[in-house]
Design a protein around this ligand. Structure first.
Ligand code: SAH
Length: 386
């Protein structure tokens, strides 16, 4: 096996519990190697650090899969997937729709597996993992003998890493249960692997404030928040999204849950629609703001901040007295502290005082690894207007 030798000091991140190696930290690569195959990683003095798949193409050229001296093969993936499943079983997170494996957070960098009923949706994010897909599919077959696997590789990752993405669109619609709700899922046809699983716990939390209230679900996608709110006794819901396909999915989900009669869908830019609602004097008891990431880069965090502030000012102004705002950011570079800062400024501008009912993050089936801060990307606040 090839040996990846790090420069002096190039092992600092690894020793701090983080699995990433950048090209600039590599001194040498010795022995026969091929892109995407496992290499042995050693520090500048030759001390063993672990193994990972190596890819010369991206700047992030290797992510440690193991710190032990063990083969990375079919048995390795089976054992790691079993461990991920065991964590979720013990935590009560195994349900009809959940994330089974979350990349670095499950010591499986480059691999995401979501479960929808009998279907495991496999997303490869690195060349090495895409080359190991056979082992991963085999392992899933052992864990879920009655299930099937659908490959849905990430297109951006495939471009950066240089592999041919495999995307097997599910022919039919799957209907999965999330608490009291049912959702239509078609892996490959919409966003994510089919459902925003990362918001499942927050949908349930927000719904606890819905009974008897008018609900605004802005950036609704499939209307998950609105469905939960209506099932929990909300009087009515208004759903906003700029995408006609998203609204079609939302309509389907409202029907599946028998709550269409209490819902209205509106297509357009939420920035404009929120302003119009405010100008029209509309008020809501529960407002959900779950926008797409406003930035994917560190250098545009400030501009993103202005976007978050703007929609949150609108959100606050649309709240009735005692109303609740569930507001989110899924931009990696917007930290919890920064998001709170932005919301504080928005509340100030809107002339609202707000109690923090809860600080929110991604669902626990998307665990966060303390030593890998990148595993946390979703942050939110549940706020009650005074
Ligand atoms: N809350 C959803 C996920 C929202 S994803 C859930 O729980 O499933 C973000 C959504 O915002 C997408 O559906 C996207 O179409 C929509 N969107 C993006 N930009 C928008 C804009 N400017 N105005 C309205 N909707 C927008």
């Amino acid at each position: 096996m090839a040996r990846l030798i790090l420069k002096p000091g190039g092992d600092r991140r690894l020793r701090a519990g983080h699995p990433w190696i950048y090209r600039a930290e590599v001194a040498d690569l010795k022995g026969p190697w091929s892109a995407g195959a496992a290499v042995e990683v050693v520090d500048a003095r030759g001390q063993y650090l672990g193994r990972g798949f190596y890819n010369p193409r991206p700047a992030l050229c290797c992510r440690l899969l193991t710190r032990r001296d063990e083969p990375v093969d079919a048995g390795f993936f089976l054992q790691r997937l079993e461990a991920a499943w065991e964590y979720r079983r013990a935590a009560g997170l195994v349900s009809d729709a959940y994330r089974l494996a979350w990349s670095e957070a499950d010591a499986l960098p480059g691999l995401v597996v979501d479960r929808y009923g009998p279907v495991s949706v496999v997303q490869c994010l690195t060349l090495g993992v895409s080359r190991a897909a056979g082992w991963i599919v085999e392992a899933l077959g052992r864990l879920f003998p009655d299930g099937r696997v659908c490959r849905l590789d990430d297109l951006t990752a495939a471009r950066i890493e240089g592999f041919d993405p495999v995307r097997e669109e599910e022919a039919g619609e799957l209907v999965v249960t999330e608490g009291p709700c049912r959702f239509a899922v078609r892996p490959g046809a919409g966003h994510k692997t089919g459902l925003y699983l990362d918001q499942s716990e927050n949908r349930a939390l927000a719904a606890r404030h819905a009974a008897g209230r008018q609900v605004l679900d802005a950036f609704c996608y499939g209307g998950g928040f609105a469905c939960h709110a209506l099932k929990a006794g909300a009087a009515q819901a208004l759903l906003l999204d700029s995408s006609a396909e998203a609204l079609a999915l939302a309509r389907r989900n409202l029907e599946l849950n028998g709550v269409s009669a209490q819902a209205e869908l509106r297509e357009g830019n939420a920035f404009d629609l929120l302003r119009q609602l405010e100008a029209g004097g509309e008020r809501f008891g529960l407002v959900i703001l779950d926008p797409p990431p406003f930035t994917r880069r560190k250098d545009s965090v400030e501009a993103a901040g202005r976007g978050y502030k703007e929609i949150n000012i609108r959100g606050f102004k649309l709240l009735e007295r005692g109303g609740v705002l569930a507001t989110f950011s899924c931009s990696h570079h917007v930290t919890q502290a920064l998001f709170e800062e932005i919301c504080r400024a928005a509340a100030g501008d809107a002339g609202v005082t707000a109690r923090v009912l809860a600080t929110l993050t991604q669902s626990r089936d998307h665990p966060v690894l303390l030593t890998v801060p990148e595993t946390r990307y979703l942050t939110g606040l549940l706020l009650q207007a005074g």
